[in-house]
Design a protein around this ligand. Structure first.
Ligand SMILES: Cc1ncc(COP(=O)(O)O)c(C=O)c1O
Length: 409
């Protein structure tokens, strides 16, 4: 009965199954004997899902109308839009965005922001360019909107962003497509924890500018993990000298930064040097919003703007986020130093929720089983084990690298 285009739809993502196996193992062997490094949710060192006091308090103070009413517009609440700009570009954002036109649309999480972009910028049959290690939903979304995907390789042999491969991949597709949608997930890339240096961003943007001579480029930067960058975020290189046929799309999510994964609040921030491009973005994106999810939770948007636009509350938010960052750093330092001591190779990690251990493609099932045998549960991606250090308490990180090394050998 399914429509033709829906007959091949089936999710082969086994992440949730591995997470279920971890829960089952905890019941059988005791929680303290099981490492559950599966999901991208921050757990504290008592292995409870972490939440932020400032967010909890603000949520409890929302009025019934703020919680349950429709949003005042499809774009999102006015104060939310202002708060998103301040949150990403700083309080005095005007000079940053002065040379360009910018519009913000509220979406259900970062997922909604990415989907909305794919939907309106991938022509039927076109290929979107994704990193070879990636959040797997990008693949699903590209197919959902009638496109396909190809990957660029993230790292060169020196463990730096592979600008050469990136350029070749962009140029190859640019020659045959009208639009080329490219996904970056920076900073704190999922699943490797890599963050591009300013040098790498500068060079990447030079490649994009060159490619704009042969096709339209829609560059998505997925910043879902922006608040876990150990260094200060500096996005300005992305907005300089934008050719008219380049649309920069920042996709923002409240899920990880505010520990409110189920609230479903995010945004698309479209930036272009062409007013027409931004006007067209608004028309098409609002149409998609209205026809797919209509509008997003008013309460979530109000919660965000109440915190971000209030100096004292914002300060507390930064303090609490900083505590999370410190915990992540501690866990990562332990894991990486032990990995290096036992000769366990990891992909280049800078900061964030995940560390990835590469292995030869084809061994996925075998490695999953070996880890399971030692009560270690992690997402097995093609050619890699993704360790969600965000969800593993410090005491379970000790010795984990040795145990994984053993499972791999
Ligand atoms: C890389 C990346 N981007 C975007 C998202 C979207 O998150 P949400 O839709 O909850 O905002 C996630 C969630 O896991 C992610 O890992």
């Amino acid at each position: 009965m399914l429509a033709e285009q829906s007959k091949s739809k089936k999710i082969f993502d086994n992440g949730f199954q591995i997470a279920k196996n971890a829960d089952l193992a905890s019941k059988v062997h005791g929680k303290e004997n099981v490492v559950n490094a599966t999901l991208g949710i921050f757990y504290n060192d008592d292995e409870e899902m972490h939440t932020l006091d400032i967010v909890n308090n603000e949520y409890k103070n929302l009025s019934v109308k703020e919680l349950f009413n429709y949003s005042s517009s499809i774009n999102g609440e006015e104060l939310f839009i202002e708060a998103v700009k301040q949150y990403i570009f700083g309080k005095n954002y005007s000079p940053v965005l002065d040379d360009n036109f910018t519009e913000v649309i509220a979406t259900p999480g970062g997922s909604g922001a990415i989907y909305n972009t794919f939907k309106n910028y991938i022509n039927p049959g076109e290929i979107v360019l994704l990193p070879n290690y990636m959040w797997s939903s990008y693949k699903l979304m590209s197919k959902e909107v009638g496109g396909g995907y190809q990957t660029y390789s993230l790292f060169n042999k020196k463990g730096k962003f592979d600008l050469v491969n990136f350029k070749n991949s962009v140029m190859e597709l640019g020659k045959i497509q009208k639009n080329l949608v490219i996904v970056l997930n920076n900073p704190c890339h999922n699943p490797t924890g890599y963050t591009l240096s300013s040098y790498e961003i500068k060079n990447l943007m030079a490649i994009i500018r060159e490619a704009c001579k042969i096709c339209n480029i829609i560059l998505i930067n997925d910043i879902a993990y922006m608040d876990f960058n150990i260094k200060k975020n500096n996005f300005t290189e992305f907005y300089k000298d934008l050719p008219e046929n380049l649309l920069l799309m920042i996709t923002f999510s409240m899920s990880k930064s505010f520990c409110c994964y189920g609230l479903r609040v995010g945004a698309q921030i479209a930036i272009s040097s062409s007013k027409e491009t931004i006007n067209n973005f608004l028309d098409a994106s609002l149409y998609t919003c209205r026809s797919v999810w209509s509008n997003i939770p008013k309460g979530g948007m109000t919660l965000f703007s109440n915190i971000v636009l209030n100096k004292k509350k914002y300060k507390q938010l930064l303090f609490e986020q900083n505590c999370m960052k410190n915990i992540l750093k501690e866990r990562a330092d332990i894991f990486l130093s032990e990995a290096s001591a036992v000769g366990l190779l990891t992909l280049p990690y800078k900061s964030g929720f995940f560390i990835t251990i590469p292995f030869k493609n084809g061994l996925e099932k075998e490695i999953e089983n070996k880890l399971k045998f030692d009560n270690i549960f992690a997402i097995i991606i093609p050619g890699g084990i993704r360790i969600a250090i965000c969800s593993v308490p410090k005491y379970k990180i000790y010795n984990l690298a040795q145990r994984i090394k053993k499972a791999l050998s």
